[in-house]
Design a protein around this ligand. Structure first.
Ligand code: GTP
Ligand code: MG
Length: 173
């Protein structure tokens, strides 16, 4: 019963969104391949990676989609959100503006995605605590008000990345 002929019980599409350079692609690299790159290039268009895992003795294929935070490089919005059952809305804890834009991303998400989509707000780059510009409490309150899960992560140090994705995938399941 090897990895390659494993029976898949469910395929869950999860989308990554948020401003450019907050670390979406590196969160995905960490979750899908346990890799990290310091000189990550801005994403152009859409990419996705999958990881097969088990929840409750079921085999789940997580198909994680990643697109550009930069408007000019972004893919067609409706196609990106189509069929998504989970979303990771990422900001950078050292960039206030990336957090101020979260409301806008949420609006786009809610107008294009399924109404039951499971959403995780992620404050990434928690390893850069000395440069923090967004208090944890502000994000926690926002998440509570908007009914989102919330975690701070570090793709660099692999802190909470597994936990953030697993929380969303388990909740979808
Ligand atoms: P776009 O594709 O343009 O939307 O950007 P993105 O959100 O995919 O950002 P990306 O993953 O390419 O990361 C941007 C920069 O932040 C890169 O230099 C990464 O190495 C760095 N980075 C990502 N995650 C972390 C982290 O957890 N900590 C630190 N210190 N740097 C990180
Ligand atoms: Mg990217």
């Amino acid at each position: 019963y090897g990895e390659f002929n494993q029976k898949i019980d469910y395929v869950f599409k999860v989308v990554l969104i948020g401003d450019s350079a907050v670390g979406k692609s590196q969160l995905l690299a960490r979750f899908a391949r346990n890799e990290f790159s310091i000189d990550s290039k801005a994403t152009i268009g859409v990419e996705f990676q999958t990881r097969t895992l088990n929840i409750d003795q079921k085999t789940i294929k997580a198909q994680i989609w990643d697109t550009a935070g930069q408007e000019r490089y972004r893919a067609v919005t409706s196609a990106y959100y189509r069929g998504a059952v989970g979303a990771m809305l990422v900001y950078d804890i050292t960039k206030r503006q990336s957090f101020d834009h979260v409301a806008r991303w949420l609006e786009e998400l809610r107008s294009h995605a399924d109404r039951n989509i499971v959403i995780m707000l992620i404050g990434n780059k928690s390893d850069l605590g000395s440069l923090r510009a967004v208090p944890t409490e502000d994000a926690k309150e926002f998440a509570q008000r908007e009914n989102l899960f919330f975690m701070e992560t570090s793709a660099l140090e692999a802190t909470n990345v597994e936990s953030a994705f697993m929380t969303v995938l388990s909740d979808i399941y």
